[in-house]
Design a protein around this ligand. Structure first.
Ligand code: GL4
Length: 895
């Protein structure tokens, strides 16, 4: 139970340790001060953005106080720290979260009255910090919130991308990508640390075993304070920016070569310029590897430097630092920590390895083969020659260490198959002998022919397997360095294997996913160290994803429970269950939903121009656009729904259940099919929404630029939410948790965390459909012979091909990808799941007619899913992986 761990008071510091404006000026005065001196706007010129900025700077000062106190306290107490290494942190906006976590909501609301403004409106002046693609990056952000809220000494380490996730626009019915200038108005939430810089090298060569980089950049730190919820603890997200060692080459400039003069700066700028916009696919670009090494190297150097301020001997590092690698993106940390320990700090290889493998842990977030990073040896050797050398050594030691195991395995297999083979060989020899005897009796010619046949047979006979060759073959399947299966001769470094070998713990992110990685991705590693593999089911912070994004529902929950303690102890939500049976409470619950639907309808009008009613069911499908997430299957179902509505009589239409279906999500800019899926949804909307016969019965909306802030608006308004990935493909999903907590019902497959949501909520309360994960392999094999196409599915696709939604040629590929076995093969099994998906949709319509029962279930969802608080997840990491010391009273105690 999380709360029991939370009886912590930050060491009470009575004395005023203020270092700035904040404590000297009250909230109101500080806003005024910032407006005048930092933002240079007088009161009458307090335009929304300026007001936002001054409020943000005023909060910033308070954050800095909390930050300084916490960091000083941690330094004094010297507990073990968690360093969460992640290429992505999808933070979203900060203002509302910071004000409320600092428990200053009331004060700021009061102070803003003077400007005729409220906090909610002022907060919209902030641009999202979108330094992440989707679930993986947002999870990292939730984890930071929970670490601080649980008073755990934790830092995030990442990259300060100057352009975050691209901004998605819609033009001529297609997605367009626009740059995300998120830093343009300045960023009050970061503190630049020019005093904290590290050199990071690339390229070059090995001279006398020592790496001499051919290029160097400077990593400079920016700190983003992370306030815990109503605790004095304020954690840190340290993001690195890249600078040129010499910004300007004066010699080149004097020689008249201006472009050479700024060349270094240009190169450094490139490293931290953009976030790669791929979710669950890897691009394999050298720049990407450069980014990974850049932030990992700076973070490790920084940690070691801080450690050495207080300790002499690096042997103690594992007691003071744990590096959690968020997927394989930071895996080069294994080699870089080795290099730093050996080359920079003089440790032996063996000592360095002992330390490294006690400091590093790895979380796997996907089983999609195209997302598992494999870097060509050629690229690694060129960019990081010393690291490639170390990886070779790590690999060869690793293979040596398991050769005994593998040999024994091969011997056992041989022993089993040898006996079998010997039997066969004996029988064959008998037959040949008999054939020769028979042929001899028939004369010379027959005998000659029989002899020839016998010698051919003997030649073709299976030779006894050579053990050494078998061992060698088998060892290859364990090797970190492998041959590219598509490009013969090209050698690749499998980063996931390096991560598993270099870590003391490996975890998946939902129960089913943690099993799948054991059986399908790392089975041979599980043989060697079964105890290394764990599950840590994901979670989300209830601060951002319930308390702050849905204050109306939160107020109702708090009123019912008589306390707002549920915001830090989510298990208390279970006490809401009895209220599901209370009709008056249900009415109020519905009222809140209605209010949130209204806000979303307003947003839809602003963004798309479509006027949608607030009466229909709000059916939401938001997440990155991907074939495996099957927005396409939903689109096909909507075509069918449209067709049925068109064919209805007016009497039938009067009885239909109206829906507003909202899609949102970005397609990676180079993801061909995903962009077509966006276009199809837009086209369906264009046709359906303008069809006067349909009216409010169906609206299909694609809300552009889905991001954290849009999610905060959309999720509270949802009545049904779709999580319909092909079973076995979505590692966990985290928006499913957010929807459930906000009382949206789920239609979904038995995939990722849907399963655990079902277990908590009661499967009878979800709309579950589709094939199961363990059937997938077989169904995929069989799908060439699939003939059981649902007529509704075929008819809907026919409508696309015949141009009902325009541009049939443009959608030709998309249709072929699921119908033409030679072109796309329906890899994600839409055809297999369509009929059961439609059954689930029918059940949804049916239940929606019964608003009392629907609302009852909605309350049950919120009451049942406190388990999915990231506080619980982080508590499990802290106890079962990190073994961190934590504040208890004013002391640290071991778990
Ligand atoms: C992801 C998974 O796709 C997603 O299911 C999971 O919830 C998330 C966080 O664990 O990680 N993996 C990748 S890659 N991107 C994700 O969002």
């Amino acid at each position: 139970k999380v709360r029991s761990m939370l009886d912590i008071s930050f060491p009470p510091k009575e004395e005023d340790t203020s270092n700035g404006v904040a404590p000297k000026l009250g909230v109101e005065a500080s806003i005024e001060h910032e407006l005048k001196y930092r933002v240079s706007a007088n009161n009458t010129d307090a335009r929304p953005v300026k007001l936002y900025q001054s409020v943000a700077w005023s909060v910033h000062d308070r954050l800095v106080d909390a930050f300084d106190q916490t960091q000083a306290y941690w330094k004094e107490k010297d507990p073990k720290h968690i360093y969460y290494l992640s290429a992505e942190f999808l933070m979203g906006r900060t203002l509302t979260n910071a004000v409320n976590n600092l428990d200053l909501g009331g004060e700021y609301a009061e102070a803003l009255k003077k400007y005729g403004a409220d906090l909610e409106t002022v907060a919209t002046g902030e641009l999202d910090a979108a330094l992440g693609n989707g679930g993986l990056g947002r999870l990292a952000a939730c984890f930071l919130d929970s670490m601080a809220s649980l008073d755990l000494p934790g830092w995030g380490y990442g990259i300060r991308y100057r352009y975050g996730m691209f901004k998605q626009g819609v033009k001529d019915g297609l997605q367009v990508e626009l740059p995300d200038y998120w830093l343009d108005n300045g960023n009050p939430w970061e503190i630049r640390r020019p005093e904290t810089q590290f050199k990071v090298g690339f390229y070059g060569s090995l001279e006398d075993g020592k790496w001499v980089p051919g290029e160097e950049v400077i990593a400079e730190a920016y700190d983003v304070p992370i306030p815990g919820y109503k605790t004095k603890t304020c954690g840190n997200l340290r993001l690195w920016d890249a600078l040129a060692p010499e910004e300007f080459d004066l010699e080149a400039f004097n020689a008249g070569d201006y472009s050479k003069a700024v060349e270094q700066k240009r190169r450094a700028d490139g490293i931290t310029a953009v976030l790669y916009p791929n979710d669950a696919t890897e691009e394999g670009k050298e720049l990407r590897l450069k980014q990974q090494f850049f932030f990992v190297s700076a973070s490790l150097q920084d940690t070691i430097a801080r450690y050495l301020e207080q300790h002499k001997d690096l042997a103690g590092l594992p007691d003071k630092a744990c590096f959690q690698m968020n997927d394989t993106h930071p895996t080069i940390a294994v080699a870089e920590l080795m290099r730093l320990l050996i080359d920079e700090h003089g440790l032996s290889y063996d000592d360095a390895w002992a330390i490294t493998t006690k400091c590093v842990a790895y979380t796997n977030h996907t089983v999609m083969p195209e997302a598992l990073e494999k870097w060509p040896v050629r690229v690694l050797a060129k960019l990081l020659p010393r690291h490639m050398q170390l990886i070779e050594q790590i690999n060869s030691n690793w293979l040596d260490s398991i050769t005994g195991h593998v040999t024994a395995k091969v011997e056992a297999e041989l022993a089993a198959s040898d006996a079998e083979k010997q039997k066969k060989a004996d029988a064959a020899a008998e037959e040949r002998k008999a054939a020769l005897v028979a042929a001899e009796a028939k004369g010379e010619e027959a005998l000659a022919a029989a002899k020839k046949m016998v010698s051919e047979e003997e030649a073709a006979e299976e030779k006894p397997a050579d053990k050494a060759t078998l061992v060698e073959e088998k060892l290859k399947t364990y090797s970190i360095i492998q041959e590219n299966q598509w490009t013969k001769g090209e050698m690749l470094v499998n980063m996931a294997y390096l991560a598993v070998v270099g870590s003391f713990a490996v975890n998946g992110v939902a129960a089913i996913h943690s099993e799948i990685i054991k059986t399908d991705i790392f089975p041979h590693f599980v043989e060697i160290f079964p105890e290394r593999f764990q599950n840590k089911t994901n979670g989300v912070t209830l601060r951002r994803w319930l308390a702050y994004c849905n204050p109306e529902l939160s107020a109702l929950i708090t009123e019912a429970l008589g306390t707002d303690e549920w915001v830090r102890d989510a298990t208390l939500l279970a006490k809401l269950k009895p209220f599901a049976e209370d009709a008056a409470f249900r009415a109020r619950w519905r009222e809140v939903k209605q209010q949130k639907k209204k806000a979303l309808a307003e947003r839809i009008r602003e963004q798309t121009g479509y006027q949608v009613s607030t009466e229909p069911m709000y059916d939401i499908h938001v997440k990155r656009i991907h074939e495996y997430k099957r927005q396409y299957m939903n689109a096909i179902s909507l075509i069918h729904r449209y067709k049925v509505l068109k064919e209805m009589t007016p009497e039938q239409r009067a009885k239909a259940v109206p829906r507003v279906v909202v899609f949102g999500g970005k397609a990676a800019s180079a993801y061909y099919m995903a962009k077509k899926i966006v276009a199809l949804i837009l086209s369906i909307g264009e046709t359906v929404n303008n069809d006067p016969e349909i009216g409010d019965l169906l609206k299909v909306v694609f809300l552009p630029n889905y991001n954290v802030s849009e999610a905060e608006l959309i999720i509270p308004a949802a009545e049904i939410s779709q999580h319909i990935s092909t079973a076995g493909t979505e590692a966990s999903g985290t928006s499913n948790m957010k929807f459930a907590l906000n009382g949206a019902l789920i239609i979904g497959t038995l995939d990722g965390a849907n399963i655990e949501i079902g277990e908590n909520t009661g499967f009878e309360n979800l709309f579950i459909f589709g094939v199961k994960a363990d059937e997938i392999n077989k169904l995929r094999e069989d799908r060439k012979n699939f003939s059981d196409y649902d007529p509704r599915y075929t008819a809907a696709l026919q409508m696309v091909s015949s141009g009902v939604f325009g541009r049939p040629e443009y959608f030709e590929d998309l249709v072929a990808s699921i119908t033409d076995m030679n072109r796309g093969n329906d890899w994600f099994l839409l055809a297999n799941d369509f009929a059961s998906y439609m059954d689930a949709q029918d059940a949804i319509d049916e239940l929606y007619r019964d608003q009392e029962e629907w609302t009852r279930r909605s309350i049950i969802y919120t009451a049942s899913n406190g388990f999915f608080s990231s506080d619980r997840t982080i508590d499990q990491y802290a106890r079962e992986i990190w073994n961190v010391w934590r504040l208890e009273g004013s002391d640290y105690q071991r778990h």
